[in-house]
Design a protein around this ligand. Structure first.
Ligand code: SF4
Length: 346
């Protein structure tokens, strides 16, 4: 029994009662690539946040970029100087061979310490599947158990001491669901069936919005406003009843604003060129001048020529003041997609 714990809130961790799982610590640092290994899934959870363009299709993405060759995954890991990877879907266990290939490939490229966690409902987990996932180097498995029946699959994973086992499910502010959640937590805590439980703030998406409205939930931004009325009593219940496992509530704000931004920052730092500057948001800015460099003596030496375009380092633009040079200021994501663009005359 873990004595003397307190539920602690920080904007970076969300609500924490115990310790954070290693996979979560690396996410917090923006150090995990996210591999969407397949859109195939035989379940049909009404709250599923996977977009309709991906769900049910056997396609692979890494950090939202389509993967054509599995080596694109290694390439992305280098770009963000990744510490590890999270494998999601769909259900990665449906394409267990591909999942194992990717795990082996990443471990071979980045070493054993490269931490890999995987999400599954557990439906397709059997002894063979779990054995191959363990032997190819999986470090952590997270079950999104939508029924207590699936705990049998969690038991199978628990037999392997080399992997950490967790439950990760959404917090849906509906009385019936919260009763299920409490039942689930009580069982896994009393039996010490898992190392940790992660509860995610409910995420509204184009794929579940109709059902959200049907259940009478009130969407607010990317989540639902009903969460705040259920959360205090739920946390009270957690601190009174959870004795053994680590508990973490991950806020959507954190996931969207911090985790994603940190990952982008890592990528931009890695890709930053001499002609670019990095913003606090993790985007890049460059300034490209029209070919005519103006008449001022010696100005041309401050330009950097890349692919026949004339860039000036954004920190040196004061040199151009009054020169009449026309330029385009661009702000873009590290992958190159433009966020803002404007013309300027110095
Ligand atoms: S198991 Fe996961 S991927 Fe499949 S429908 Fe449910 S939430 Fe979506």
């Amino acid at each position: 029994m873990k004595e003397g714990r307190k539920l602690v809130y920080t904007p970076r961790t969300g609500y924490l009662y115990g310790k954070l799982a290693i996979g979560c610590i690396q996410c917090m640092l923006g150090g995990k690539i996210v591999i969407f290994i397949t859109g195939l899934c035989s379940d049909n959870c009404w709250y599923c946040p996977v977009s309709r363009s991906k769900f049910g299709r056997d396609i692979v993405f890494v950090d939202e970029n389509r993967v054509n060759n599995l080596y694109d995954i290694v390439d992305e890991a280098y770009k963000i100087r990744a510490l590890g990877a999270g494998i999601t879907g769909g259900d990665p266990v449906i394409v267990a061979d591909r999942t194992c290939n990717v795990i082996s490939m990443l471990k071979q490229e980045f070493g054993e310490k490269f931490h890999i966690h995987l999400y599954t409902s557990g439906r397709f987990i059997d002894r063979n599947k779990i054995e191959s996932l363990v032997s190819c180097g999986l470090d952590e498995i997270r079950f999104h158990t939508y029924t207590l029946e699936l705990l049998k699959k969690v038991e199978l994973a628990r037999e392997y001491s080399s992997i950490k086992v967790g439950i990760e499910v959404p917090f849906i502010p509906l009385r019936q669901y919260i009763d299920y959640l409490k039942q689930l937590l009580k069982i896994v805590d009393e039996t010490k069936l898992v190392d940790f439980v992660n509860i995610n703030e409910f995420e509204v998406s184009e794929s579940n919005i109709e059902k959200v409205l049907l259940y009478g939930l009130k969407p607010r931004g990317l989540t639902v406003e009903d969460t705040s009325s259920y959360l205090p009593s739920f946390f009270k219940w957690v601190t009174a009843n959870i004795k053994n496992v680590d508990f973490h509530f991950c806020t959507l704000w954190y996931k969207d604003s911090i985790q994603y931004r940190y990952r982008m920052l890592r990528k931009s730092i890695e890709m930053l060129g001499v002609h670019e500057v990095l913003t606090r948001e993790g985007t890049l800015i460059s300034i490209v001048a029209e070919k005519k460099l103006g008449n001022k003596e010696g100005l041309s030496k401050h330009f950097i020529v890349i692919d026949e375009e004339f860039y000036i380092n954004p920190y040196k633009t004061w040199l151009l003041k009054g020169s009449g040079i026309r330029a385009i200021v661009r702000e873009y994501y590290p992958e190159g997609n433009i966020l803002n663009q404007r013309n300027i005359i110095y």
